[in-house]
Every structure is written in structure tokens, then in C-alpha cells.
Write a protein that binds this ligand. Structure first.
Ligand SMILES: Cc1cc2nc3c(=O)[nH]c(=O)nc-3n(C[C@H](O)[C@H](O)[C@H](O)COP(=O)(O)OP(=O)(O)OC[C@H]3O[C@@H](n4cnc5c(N)ncnc54)[C@H](O)[C@@H]3O)c2cc1C
Length: 647
């Protein structure tokens, strides 16, 4: 590792750098890495189930639990350690995320003392493997409309959990097909003929000999596009009875007289408050996607720095792939985005740690900001993973397609990250809704239509939400040279101003457009539906700015001059690549002239050329131990090398 890559690593490792270092030392690929050969589905699942037990023995999962519940209360460390697992086997990452993050998270956050005492020790040690059973065949994104019911029976003081039809069957559930013993089942809670909305109930699904419990039908989703080591399955319940105490009752309870009470009166607000406590899952998926993307970029850039194709006319040495501008264009802007997202993820994890460590004292506004930020970063990071890993696969040619070189598995395993823990399109809509001023302050009193009508009344009220780097950005924007100044595209203030203007304009015009929903007899749903492309554009513009500002703040806080200069260029590449990709919008809205647009493209090319000699340092800074990547790809024979030709 060079001095430069070491300094860069210090800048990007963030607040939990020690956790990253610990993972680098401890995550032995033989124990936690992907399988080296082909395994049957059952063999792969058994392997990952065993790895989960081994992870439990490290004691690290206790970090994610608060001190009051017997854990270490180091939430940021927990999410960072999870992110590092993204360099190992992604099946293990998802298996661990489902068991400790989702299932354990539901028990810890939605349950109360009786559940904590009874279940958390078994969850931490992984002796009680669990499932998080929310999605149904009929509903995945719209989980308020779930069909499973949990009906209180006063005669026996029990809850009767039932699947009324095929659409209400729990589907895709991690752990359901093979290992899960206890499921956190999301169902409509009914007492005395009244539904109180979706709540979570613990339902044993297998007995000690792994047979399904009476009334529980388990199914297997079978082979998937990736994540072969995760046993996704289906669950149906035929009037399955569990004690009333199995209701996770932090936000809604039934007393011994069968009376339902909740500290939150509004059912929509109650439901979103419950979901909000599970925000860590979404942040973890963004982190895992980032790690997998960095593995792919390290492979593709290292390969391109050694692989040669075509000699220039008259030359005897062939050209390195990374010296081709087309190749730089495929990989270096993606590398810049990965850096940007890593800074944004570090900020998000830190924000999450502080909010969760503060508990109720953090207040609802901080919690809502965290949820919106998590939704936006998750959507961007996972979409970036899918696009970049595919680009890396192609950039390695045929070698990129061989399983031994990891890229096919990285691509297949991360593909679904855009869908689970909230589908990206649905998440971006959440981000946009949160941006309409004051809607946030009345959150919970409004359904989608109410939100549209409300948002429509606040036409001129859109604001640029503050980020940690706000003061710095304002100073940079104020110091930007005039729009027509020479070389303005390389000025950080100009770049930031472009991102702000795009966000503000898209948001303002969205609010104007939605105003029609408030007119008498307007079909508010249709108005919102008509504007959905605009809604998504507003969310993307917002998240793009948040991510850029995290990068700008990361550059500013870098202590090493050489590393800071390198990050500065990379940050410009990130900013200008986004402006270039969105140049249609900037030109249509006269934010840039055609001449300025061409300067942006020229600047992206120039930055690629300037960063090319440092590309290896930039990926080495990710600090991914060579043995985790250990593929043939990084060991290409030079022409003239002798050896067995058949292997
Ligand atoms: C491998 C895997 C593991 C999983 N593990 C679990 C688990 O352990 N527990 C669990 O509970 N769930 C799990 N899931 C389920 C996952 O969370 C859902 O698949 C996800 O929430 C999407 O739901 P859906 O599949 O019903 O898609 P849908 O909600 O039907 O969405 C389909 C498409 O429609 C679009 N769409 C939906 N609504 C709108 C709208 N309003 N506007 C515009 N477009 C829209 C979406 O963008 C998407 O492209 C898993 C899924 C997979 C594939």
C-alpha cells in the first residue's frame, strides 16, 4: 500500500475505522468467504447456516443491541461490521441481516421486556433462528394492505393467526424454507371485530426437530437469480393459536380484558412509527451494496491496469486497457460515485448512531430525517451497485464472466438489493413526499391523497434541506466566479450551485403541478400519478445533492494534503459526471449553454486522464485484503509465460 492510498483510506474509513480494520484482520475468506466450487442449494444453505453460527460465536452481533437490552449499544459499529461482510459472501450478509437485523430488530424495537428476556439471548447466539415475515404474495410495497390476520380470542386469551387466501401467503421470507424456528409475522390485528392495522406477532413455525408447527405450512421459493445460500420460503397459517403475550406490544397492546390500547392514536402514524424503528435494515443494505461495488471496482480496475490489448501503429507494446479513454469513462466516474456514496454512507451511519443512542430524546424530526436520508441513499447505492458491477463485468471481458472471478456472483447477489428493504422506485417517492414543506411536520395525519392535497397548498414553500456541510457549501457557492467565467465548471461552488438549482427547480415545479390536486372535484390520485416521473426526478435531484455535499465535506476534512488533492479531483469528476448525465435537463432549463455543456464533457475527459495514474491507489485505498478478492483475474499471465495450458 502506498502512502497515498493509506492516507486516502484514513479519509474514507470514517468514524468506525477500527471496526473496518478488525474485519480486515478477522474475516478469514476460508470461513466467511463465498464457496470455491459449485454447491447444491442444500449444501450452500447449510454452509451459510453454519457461518451464521460462527459469526454468533465472535460476539460481534451484541454491538447492535442497546446496553439496556444486554448489548454494547454501538449501533454504528454494528452497521459498519455488517457493511464489511459485503466483501465476504453476500448470502451470509443477507442471512445475518435477516436474522439479527430484521428478526432481532423487530423483537428488540417492537417488543417489550417480556419478549426481550425470553428471546434476545437465543437470537444473539443464533440458537433461535428467526424470520421476518412481512411481505405477502399479494403485497410487498404496500404493506399496510397485508391480508394475514391476528384475531384476539377472549375465550382462550390467544391470538389466532390466519392466512385467508393465497394472496396473503407470506412470500420470499428469508429463513422460512429451512432454518427458521420463530417468525415475526406482520398481520392485521383484530379485537372484538375491529381492525387496528398491521402489528407484529411472534409465531413458532418449526419445532425442535425442524418439523412445521401444527397449522403452519412452509414452502420453498427454490433457486433464485443469486443469494443461493439464503433459504427464502413461504409461510401460511391455518388458524394458528399463540398466547396474547406473543404480540410485540410496544406500539399497540391488548390487555387481559381484550381491550386494545396504543400510545399512538392515528393508525397510519402508528404503522410508520413501527416501520421507522427498523430503519437500520435499509442503511445496512446500502452499506452492503457499497462494499460489493467496491470489490467489483477493485477487480476491474486492477485487471485493466495489467491487461493489454492492441498495439498502436508502429509500437511493439500493447496498450493497457486502463489507458483507453473509453475504459476510463466506464470505470472512473463510477469509482468517483463509489467514493461519494461511501462518504454519504459514513455520514448516514453516524447520524443513525447518534439518533438511536439518544433514544426518545432524539425527537420525531431527527427520526424522520434519518428515515428519509436512509431511503434516498439506499435507492442510490443499490442502483449504483447494479449498474457498476455490470460495467465491471463487461470491462473484464470474458474473464469477467467466469465464476472463479467473483463478478458474476457479485452481480447476481446484489441485483435484488434494489427491490428488498423497500423497492427503489417506491423509496424515492417517499423521499419526494418528505420534501414537501410542512408535510413533514404533520406526518402521520395524512394518507397519500391527503399529502397531495396538503403539498399542493404549499406551492411556494419548498426548501433546500440542510446537510451537515451546509455552511461550507454556502461559502463555496458564494465564492463561485460568474457563470461565464473561464474554467467555471471546475469550481466547486459552481458545481454545488448547479445541484442546488436543479433540486430547487424540480421541487418547486412539482409542488406547482400538484396544486391541481387541491381544486374542487380534482382526482388527487390521478394528479399525483400523472406527476410520478416528476416526483422521482425531484427525489433523485435531492439525493444527488446530499451525496455530493457529503463528498465535499469529506474532502474538506481530509488531513493529508496529497490525499485531499486527489479527493478534490475525484469529487469534481463525481459532480461533473452527474451534470453531464443530466445535461438534457440543464440545457432545457437554460442552466447551462451548449458551449458550457461541451466544457463539462471535456472536463470529465480531462479528469479521467488526470486520475488514471492514481486509479490503483484509489481502489487500494478501499482496503480490501487481496485474499478476499483472490481470483485468477488478478493473476494474468504475460505473453511468453510458460505453464500448463489446460488448467
Ligand atoms: C431474495 C429476496 C429476499 C426477501 N426477503 C424478505 C424477507 O426476509 N422478509 C420479507 O418480509 N420480505 C422479503 N422480501 C420481499 C421484498 O421486500 C419485496 O419483494 C419488496 O418489498 C417488493 O415487493 P413486491 O415483490 O411485492 O413488488 P411490488 O410491490 O409488486 O412491486 C413491483 C414493481 O412495481 C413497482 N411499484 C409498486 N408500487 C408502485 C407505485 N406506487 N408507483 C410506481 N411503481 C410502483 C415497483 O417499483 C416494482 O418495480 C424478499 C424478496 C426477495 C426477492
Amino acid at each position: 500500500m502506498t502512502t497515498l492510498s493509506a492516507a486516502l483510506r484514513t479519509a474514507i474509513d470514517g468514524r468506525w475505522a477500527h471496526v473496518r480494520d478488525e474485519a480486515r484482520a478477522e474475516l478469514d475468506p476460508g470461513r466467511f468467504g463465498p464457496p470455491s466450487g459449485e454447491l447444491t442449494l442444500e449444501e450452500y444453505r447449510a454452509r451459510v447456516a453454519g457461518q451464521l453460527q460462527e459469526l454468533a460465536r465472535t460476539g460481534h452481533p451484541t454491538r447492535g443491541l442497546s446496553k439496556e437490552l444486554g448489548g454494547q449499544g454501538d449501533f454504528g459499529a454494528s452497521v459498519t461490521a455488517f457493511e464489511m461482510l459485503g466483501h465476504a459472501d453476500l448470502s451470509l450478509l443477507v442471512k445475518a441481516g435477516v436474522h439479527w437485523g430484521l428478526f432481532g430488530g423487530a423483537v428488540a424495537n417492537l417488543g417489550t421486556a417480556r419478549h426481550h428476556a425470553a428471546y434476545l439471548p437465543g437470537i444473539l447466539s443464533a440458537e433461535l433462528p428467526g424470520c421476518f415475515a412481512m411481505t405477502e404474495t399479494g403485497h410487498g410495497s404496500d404493506v399496510q394492505a397485508l391480508g394475514t390476520t391476528a384475531t384476539y380470542d377472549p375465550a382462550t386469551d390467544e391470538l389466532v393467526v390466519h392466512t385467508p387466501d393465497l394472496a396473503a401467503r407470506k412470500d420470499y421470507i428469508g429463513g422460512a424454507a429451512r432454518d427458521g424456528r420463530l417468525a415475526a409475522v406482520f398481520a392485521q390485528l383484530v379485537t372484538d371485530g375491529t381492525s387496528h392495522g398491521v402489528h407484529c406477532v411472534l409465531v413458532p413455525i418449526r419445532d425442535d426437530s425442524a418439523e412445521p408447527m401444527p397449522g403452519v405450512t412452509v414452502g420453498d421459493c427454490g433457486p433464485k437469480a443469486g443469494l443461493g445460500g439464503v433459504d427464502n420460503g413461504r409461510l401460511s397459517f391455518d388458524h394458528v393459536r399463540v398466547p396474547r403475550e406473543n404480540l410485540l406490544n410496544r406500539y399497540g397492546d391488548i390487555d387481559e380484558n381484550g381491550v386494545y390500547t396504543s400510545p399512538i392514536d392515528n393508525p397510519t402514524r402508528r404503522f410508520f412509527t413501527m416501520l421507522g424503528t427498523l430503519v437500520r435494515g435499509r442503511i445496512s443494505v446500502a452499506g452492503g451494496a457499497g462494499a460489493a461495488t467496491r470489490s467489483a471496482l477493485t477487480l476491474a480496475i486492477t485487471y485493466a491496469a495489467h491487461r493489454r490489448q492492441f498495439a498502436p501503429p508502429g509500437g511493439d507494446e500493447e496498450v493497457l486497457l486502463l489507458d483507453y479513454r473509453a475504459h476510463q469513462r466506464r470505470l472512473l466516474p463510477a469509482l468517483a460515485t463509489s467514493y461519494a456514496l461511501l462518504f454519504a454512507q459514513n455520514e448516514l451511519v453516524s447520524q443513525m448512531h447518534d439518533v438511536q443512542a439518544a433514544g426518545d430524546a432524539a425527537g420525531p424530526l431527527a427520526q424522520r430525517e434519518l428515515e428519509a436520508r436512509a431511503a434516498g441513499i439506499k435507492a442510490l447505492a443499490t442502483a449504483h451497485a447494479t449498474a457498476t458491477i455490470q460495467a465491471c463485468r463487461e470491462a473484464c471481458g470474458g474473464a469477467g464472466y467466469l465464476a472463479v472471478n467473483r463478478l458474476p456472483a457479485l452481480r447476481a447477489d446484489t441485483d435484488v438489493f434494489t427491490t428488498f428493504e423497500g423497492d427503489n422506485t417506491v423509496l424515492l417517492q417517499l423521499v419526494a413526499k418528505g420534501l414537501l414543506t410542512e408535510y413533514r411536520d404533520t406526518f402521520g395525519n395524512l394518507d397519500t391523497l391527503g399529502m397531495v392535497r396538503f403539498g399542493a397548498r404549499r406551492v411556494a414553500g419548498t426548501v433546500i434541506e440542510r446537510t451537515a456541510a451546509r455552511g461550507l457549501i454556502e461559502r463555496l457557492v458564494a465564492a463561485a466566479p460568474g457563470r461565464d467565467a473561464e474554467g467555471v465548471v471546475m469550481h466547486r461552488g459552481w458545481q454545488c450551485a448547479m445541484f442546488e438549482e436543479r433540486e430547487r427547480h424540480v421541487l418547486d415545479t412539482l409542488a406547482l403541478r400538484l396544486r391541481r390536486a387541491g381544486e374542487p372535484d380534482a382526482d388527487a390520485f390521478a394528479v399525483f400519478n400523472d406527476a410520478q416521473d416528476h416526483v422521482l426526478a425531484a427525489a433523485r435531484a435531492h439525493v444527488d445533492r446530499v451525496v455530493l455535499e457529503a463528498f465535499v465535506a469529506g474532502v474538506a476534512s481530509c488531513q493529508d494534503a496529497a490525499a485531499r488533492a486527489m479527493l478534490d479531483r475525484l469529487c469534481s469528476l463525481q459532480a461533473l459526471s452527474v451534470i453531464e448525465a443530466e445535461k438534457g435537463w440543464f440545457l432545457e432549463h437554460s442552466r447551462i449553454t451548449p458551449a458550457r455543456s461541451k466544457q463539462v464533457t471535456a472536463a470529465v475527459n480531462a479528469l479521467c486522464a488526470q486520475l488514471r495514474p492514481h486509479a490503483q491507489d484509489l481502489v487500494d485505498a478501499f482496503g480490501i485484503p487481496a485474499e478476499w478478492l483472490g481470483t485468477e483475474l488478478l493473476d494474468q499471465p504475460a505473453p511468453g509465460t510458460s505453464g500448463p495450458v489446460s488448467s
